[in-house]
Design a binder for this molecule. Structure first.
Ligand SMILES: Nc1ncnc2c1ncn2[C@@H]1O[C@H](COP(=O)(O)OP(=O)(O)O)[C@@H](O)[C@H]1O
Ligand SMILES: [Mg+2]
Length: 239
């Protein structure tokens, strides 16, 4: 269970995250949708202790990440798929992760199988992987400790349509076993396929939240709002 309450994070004069409240119940995949610069990564970083909230709370299983017992086993994270060591093979990265987490080495082969990387691919250096393969490896890394919570920042970035369907199935299965998933994306069509609840963020604030069905019922209005905000942000970015 993920519970973010009235979370605000300021960097100097900039309010990156503005009074965000968001709950992800066990058994659900929540898509955190918003244009670049909206505050998604900062929110996720607050959840895993990489950023300190200015005010409000970001809890997992009722407490901040750093107060969890063995947090790396309870919470699987992928905050930046490109951060995986480029000079190591996928197999080495996962093996090292397994050792660090204290899980059996046999888990590495299981995880490779789950994320659909072949033995041959696993023996290549991560620096030679396509973005899609890095995402698979990153998700495999997040799954190593058999966590009950997954926090994934833009995990579908670089995946082709088949890859997105694969991720949908993987995260659905994870949720069906009682897991909670919070994943971010800046693309509506991407989260629409993967998530069952959505929280939309723009300029640090939640602008809409609900089940996918509820939000899709709002239909064009939702899309318009999203597109308008995306356009506004890219204009700002261009200045
Ligand atoms: N460490 C930081 N210092 C200063 N500003 C930051 C920092 N991290 C993020 N920001 C700013 O906070 C805003 C939200 O960024 P971010 O959370 O990365 O958005 P998103 O992930 O939705 O693209 C942006 O304006 C970004 O420039
Ligand atoms: Mg981001």
């Amino acid at each position: 269970m993920i519970e973010i309450q009235n979370l605000t994070k300021r960097y100097g004069d900039l309010t990156a995250v503005d009074d965000v409240t968001l709950t992800v119940q066990p058994g659900t995949v929540c898509g955190f949708l918003g244009p670049n610069g909206a505050g998604k990564s900062t929110t996720l970083r607050c959840l895993v202790g990489l950023a300190t909230p200015t005010s409000g709370t970001a809890h997992i299983h009722g407490r901040p990440y750093h107060r969890l017992v063995n947090p790396a086993v309870q919470v699987g994270t992928m905050l930046d798929a490109s951060a995986l060591h480029p000079g190591r093979t996928g197999l080495e990265i996962l093996t090292q992760g397994a050792i660090a987490l204290g899980v059996e080495r046999g888990r590495v082969a299981e995880v490779l199988d789950v994320v659909g990387l072949t033995k041959r691919e696993a023996k290549r250096r991560a620096g030679k992987y396509s973005l899609g393969m890095r995402q698979r490896l990153g998700i495999g890394h997040a799954l190593l400790g058999s966590p009950s919570v997954l926090i994934l920042d833009e995990p579908a970035n670089g995946l082709d349509p088949a890859g997105i369907r694969w991720m949908r199935t993987l995260l659905r299965d994870f949720a069906e076993q009682g897991g909670s998933v919070l994943l971010s994306s800046h693309l509506l069509h991407e989260v629409q396929q993967i998530a069952d609840t959505l929280a939309m963020i723009g300029h640090g604030r939640i602008v809409a939240a609900g089940t996918l069905d509820e939000l899709l019922a709002a239909g064009e209005e939702l899309e318009d709002m999203f597109l308008t905000r995306t356009a506004a942000t890219s204009r700002e970015g261009a200045l």
